[in-house]
Each structure stands twice: as C-alpha cells, then as structure tokens.
Design a protein. Structure first.
Length: 194
C-alpha cells in the first residue's frame, strides 16, 4: 500500500510540474508557453487614440481556441462595440448595427478608418506578452524572463507592468502603437483555466 501511495504522489507531482511556468530568465521557453495558451479571459480598460479622435472604456476579451469575443464598453458600462472573430471571419455589433464579413481586418478598418485596424489575430498573443507565432518580429526581453517590448506587423508593443495571474505573471499595462493609432490597455483581471 505504501508503494502505491508513493507512486500516486509521484504521478500527481509530475502532472503538476507540467503546468508550472518556465523558470525565470528562460524567455524562449516562456514565449512558447504563452503562445500555446488558447483559453483565457481578461477584464480591463482601453484608451484608443486615432489621430485627433479617441475614446476610452471597458475592455473584455475571451479567447477560446481560434475564437475571440471582444467587448468595448463606454461610460456607465453601456455596450459600445462587440467583436467576435473566429479565424478569418468576424462579426461586429456597433450601436445596434450588426455586420458580418469574411475578412476581420477590413471589417474593423471600416470603423477605425482607412489604414487603421485592430490586428486581432496578433493581439491575442500580444496581450499575453508574446509575439504572434509564424510572423517576423523583433523583441526585447526584460527582467525575469518577461517581454519588455515587441515590434511586429507594423506595431510597436511596450509592456509597462506585469501582475500575478495565478502561477504566472501576465501583462497589466500595455501600449500598442502604429501609424496614426495608439492603444493603451490596463488589465484588472486575468482568468486562466486550471
């Protein structure tokens, strides 16, 4: 019986070790682990500046595999913009108008102006503190094996602060800029599945 309990304890410890984050300072291993996360949610705030115009409000993102549900809320929590992206297909709801279109980037450019779009496919990784896989990037690792900044797809992403999200640290303050468009994200809560 003692041997059976010892074997079970070893299996439980081995299974638990598989979910621990990579050691601090091991950025390539951390990058791969972050890119592999495909189920998570965040709650926070976003400020968008597009030329002379801008807005700020609540920002919620739920990622389930290739599907992202994004909600931007205005003052008093009123729904301002809901975006659902699944692969290359997107549905956008804005002030009661619902639009579906095959190309998510073109659909979002319709609302942010010509040449100004949200790179949703890449942002799901940027929000986690990692470059999008399969695309060229330049990165600057920072302290404790965390990303300090990133340049990818014509955007510069800076990570200003990280907070604990369970057993790992995830970005809490992020600034994303491209020509004529700046996004500032402040995350108040991360939720990762066990």
């Amino acid at each position: 019986m003692r041997n059976v309990l010892a074997a079970v304890a070893v299996l439980v410890c081995a299974g638990g070790c598989a979910t621990l984050p990579p050691p601090a300072g091991d950025w390539p291993a951390r990058r791969a682990a972050l890119q592999a996360l495909d189920r998570w949610t965040l709650d926070g705030r976003i400020a968008v500046a597009a030329g002379e115009e801008g807005f700020s409000g609540g920002f919620d993102w739920a990622q389930q595999g290739t599907r992202a549900d994004i909600a931007l809320t205005g003052p008093m929590g009123r729904a301002a913009l809901d975006i659902r992206v699944d692969g290359d297909e997107a549905t956008l709801s804005l002030r009661g108008e619902r639009v579906a279109q095959q190309d998510a980037e073109r659909l979002l450019a319709r609302y942010f102006g010509p040449g100004r779009t949200l790179p949703v496919a890449q942002m799901r990784y940027w929000l986690l503190g990692a470059p999008a896989p399969g695309e060229r990037f330049e990165e600057t690792p920072g302290a404790e094996g965390r990303l300090a900044s990133l340049v990818q797809s014509g955007w510069e992403v800076r990570y200003e602060r990280y907070d604990a999200a369970g057993a790992i640290a995830l970005p809490a303050r992020i600034e994303m800029t491209t020509a004529g468009l700046r996004l500032r994200v402040a995350v108040s809560d991360w939720n990762l599945p066990p």
